[in-house]
Design a protein around this ligand. Structure first.
Ligand SMILES: C[S@@+](CC[C@H](N)C(=O)[O-])C[C@H]1O[C@@H](n2cnc3c(N)ncnc32)[C@H](O)[C@@H]1O
Length: 178
């Protein structure tokens, strides 16, 4: 499936989302894993600030974008597979899942949170954006119990929020230090 005109990955919209989100401090200097990055545009401005940034995306259509991004960012890695298939044998300081949770169809909420927990270093952060869908909402309840919530804010502000076209929220959770 192609997502060539997906507005949330357009340059201006990514600039807007970055402005509202202000999540640089959770990416800079950290080993980052981003699930379901689509074209990989949203956090490109932070790639140079991370020692290692890994994109994991099941849609092979996006591979060509990652190959291009890798020419600019030598620390960028990618793997074409879903969250379900990605091996949990590495640990990360930050895991990013923007509007991805509800796309994970073959895992139950507790298995999703267990896998995230396994891949997060102590003191690490999970950045999640809700989807406009109810599937896997249990993930958010489990995250509330297992991690400390440090940020909760609407994905969109001002006019975008008032238009109510999209009513997502961004949540940042911190895993306890060792
Ligand atoms: C709603 S889009 C969000 C894209 C991007 N994160 C953003 O915020 O602009 C959902 C993305 O998740 C990817 N996706 C779908 N199923 C997935 C899975 N099982 N594991 C990881 N990513 C998945 C889709 O291909 C798509 O790129």
């Amino acid at each position: 499936m192609k997502h060539t005109h997906y507005i949330r990955q357009s340059r201006l919209f990514c600039m807007y989302r970055n402005h509202v989100l202000d999540i640089g401090p959770y990416l800079a200097g950290r080993k980052v894993l981003e699930l379901g990055p689509n074209k990989g545009n949203l956090f490109e401005k932070f790639y140079p600030q991370s020692p290692s940034y890994t994109l994991v995306e099941p849609n092979p259509h996006f591979e060509k974008f990652y190959v291009k991004l890798q020419r600019r960012h030598r620390n960028l890695h990618y793997r074409i597979c879903g969250f379900e298939e990605f091996p949990a044998d590495q640990k990360f300081d930050t895991i990013v899942m923007m509007a991805v949770i509800s796309h994970i169809r073959s895992m139950k909420a507790d298995a999703i949170v267990d896998k995230i927990d396994t891949m997060l270093n102590p003191g690490g952060c999970l950045i999640v954006e809700t989807n406009n869908s109810r599937r896997n909402l249990g993930v958010f309840d489990l995250c509330e119990k297992r991690f400390q919530k440090v940020v909760a804010k609407p994905s969109y502000g001002g006019l975008m929020r008032q238009l109510k076209i999209d009513y997502r929220d961004v949540l940042i959770y911190k895993k306890a230090d060792a």
